[in-house]
Write a protein that binds this ligand. Structure first.
Ligand code: BDR
Ligand code: CA
Length: 310
């Protein structure tokens, strides 16, 4: 069993990732930490608590994190995720309260307690992780692994941007934080758009119809979360659940090591994950990049755990 902290900005696919993490016996969810990204930190934190309450989980702390990126103003994606961040889903105001510790405090505390047993999974902008590293520079050596959903690495034909032609949203929202994290020396695995937007790994319209036909609380919640996006984008990319799946069953995803830098200054390329794909390059590798997924097994896992409840 792996101890994890899920750092998240729910967010439709973040909500699915939370459902997956909490429906998987392989993972012990120590905490959720929330970050500004798809929506404000306040909404992200509230949404995370709403999902926990939906699941009847009361003992997982939800710690509030960064309210803005390191240097830029927030650029929420409410046009994608809906004004509240959960599509059309209407979950009640949660009774659970945010944890009294900040995201940074909780990440550092759990790293001290669990050391290499702790896996950090970050499926939002990397602001909280960068701040935690600045607060505790030994963090990369203390924790076992950092798995992120973020970046577009040009390692498959799907590896181009979504927030810009070349930049993926989580990196684009706080490129300075991403740059700090990529240079910090974490054992870093990145699940990027290269694999998450591959049609074989997405929720197809027909899979959505199967979910929509279910008359269960989960079926209704997931349908309301995803309906608008499935219609608008002819299916839904399961970005954040795929990063959680990498922690549940590492054999689902093939990774390849690269040297990656985050572009901070380009007029058109800010937030791009510049990947050294040159054969024989001597640049030191710093990221294991997801290059392929066992799609059939991933979608089976998704349906069993997220939709049917494990
Ligand atoms: C990432 O950006 C967000 O909108 C999603 O939640 C996901 O983490 C995909 O680019
Ligand atoms: Ca996210």
């Amino acid at each position: 069993m792996r101890h994890i902290i899920l750092d998240t900005d729910p967010g439709v696919d973040d909500a699915l990732a939370i459902l997956l993490a909490l429906s998987s016996e392989e993972l012990q969810v120590e905490a959720l930490t929330t970050v500004v990204g798809n929506v404000s930190q306040e909404k992200a934190n509230r949404n995370a608590r709403r999902i926990l309450e939906f699941l009847g989980v009361e003992d997982v702390p939800v710690a509030p994190g960064a309210e803005r990126p390191l240097i830029e103003e927030p650029r929420p994606a409410e046009d994608i995720h809906g004004p509240e961040g959960l599509g059309q889903a209407k979950l009640p105001e949660p009774r659970l309260k945010p944890d009294e510790r900040s995201a940074v405090e909780l990440i550092v505390e759990k790293a001290e307690e669990l050391g290499g047993e702790l896996t950090l999974i970050a499926v939002g902008p990397l602001t909280n992780i960068a701040l935690a590293y600045m607060a505790e520079p030994r963090l990369p050596e203390m924790v076992g692994e950092l798995i992120i959903m973020g970046g577009a690495y040009g390692v498959t034909s799907h590896g181009f941007g979504n927030a810009s032609p070349v930049a993926e949203f989580n990196i684009w929202h706080d490129p300075e934080a991403a740059s700090i994290v990529f240079k910090a020396g974490f054992k870093l695995k990145a699940v990027g758009l290269d694999v998450t937007t591959d049609p074989r790994n997405r929720m197809s319209p027909s899979l959505f119809r199967e979910i929509e036909a279910l008359e269960t609380p989960r079926g209704r919640l997931i349908s309301d979360l995803c309906r608008d996006l499935v219609q608008r984008f002819n299916g839904l990319s399961l970005h954040d659940p795929l990063a959680v799946a990498a922690a549940i069953d590492p054999s689902l995803i093939e990774f390849k090591a690269f040297h990656v830098d985050v572009e901070l200054r380009g007029e058109y390329t800010r937030g791009m994950t510049v990947t050294d794909r040159r054969p024989g390059s001597r640049a030191p590798v710093n990221v294991e990049v997801a290059v392929d997924v066992d799609s059939e097994r991933f979608l089976k896992l998704f349906m069993e755990r997220v939709v049917y409840g494990g």
